[in-house]
Design a protein around this ligand. Sequence first.
Ligand SMILES: CC(C)(COP(=O)(O)OP(=O)(O)OC[C@H]1O[C@@H](n2cnc3c(N)ncnc32)[C@H](O)[C@@H]1OP(=O)(O)O)[C@@H](O)C(=O)NCCC(=O)NCCS
Length: 173
Amino acid sequence: MSDKPFRGLILPLAKQHDRRDFSCGNENLDRYLRELAWQDARRRVAAPFVAVSDADSTKIRGYYTLSSYSVNAGELPDKLAKRLPAYPRIPSTLLGRLAVDLRHQRQGLGEFLIMDALQRALKQSSQIAAVAVVVDAIDEQAARFYQHFDFLSLPDRPNRLFLPMSDISDLFK
Ligand SMILES: CC(C)(COP(=O)(O)OP(=O)(O)OC[C@H]1O[C@@H](n2cnc3c(N)ncnc32)[C@H](O)[C@@H]1OP(=O)(O)O)[C@@H](O)C(=O)NCCC(=O)NCCS
């Protein structure tokens, strides 16, 4: 972890946030923020959250999105599936995207964002149930980032990873 902790807030994406200047090194994630995130929020397809610093509350330093989701029970590892009822689809929360601006990477903001997303998902799960948080890593490097936080790959889809809500609950005890 960086010895310079992030000083700022994580907020739902709003009009005053400047989406044009964000650059994380992955064009798809940049374009999503620029062109689609606002519409997704309006249509309630995804809920985007942005990290802004105390110094400049319009510049986006990082973002993530959350959505309701369900996974095929057959995709889950046996160990987890055995603890669940035999429903064909299992409710979960999708952490659809997560990115940090290049100018602020490797300073602990990715961790700050992921912890905020997990805590938010945990809190929501007492009202809208979710068994796990699921992520689709865009590449192997992204998968390694999630593995760093104990996410596990689905047996047949290594770039789709999940973290059981019970583990997330333990994390915030
Ligand atoms: C992946 C990304 C979000 C990491 O953000 P960051 O702010 O640089 O990460 P942090 O500084 O918070 O690092 C947190 C921890 O994860 C580790 N980490 C960071 N990137 C990593 C990677 N690619 N692989 C493995 N571990 C990684 C760090 O070493 C750190 O561990 P430590 O606390 O033990 O030192 C950022 O590099 C990014 O936006 N990349 C482009 C988009 C992307 O790949 N998004 C993720 C999937 S959609």
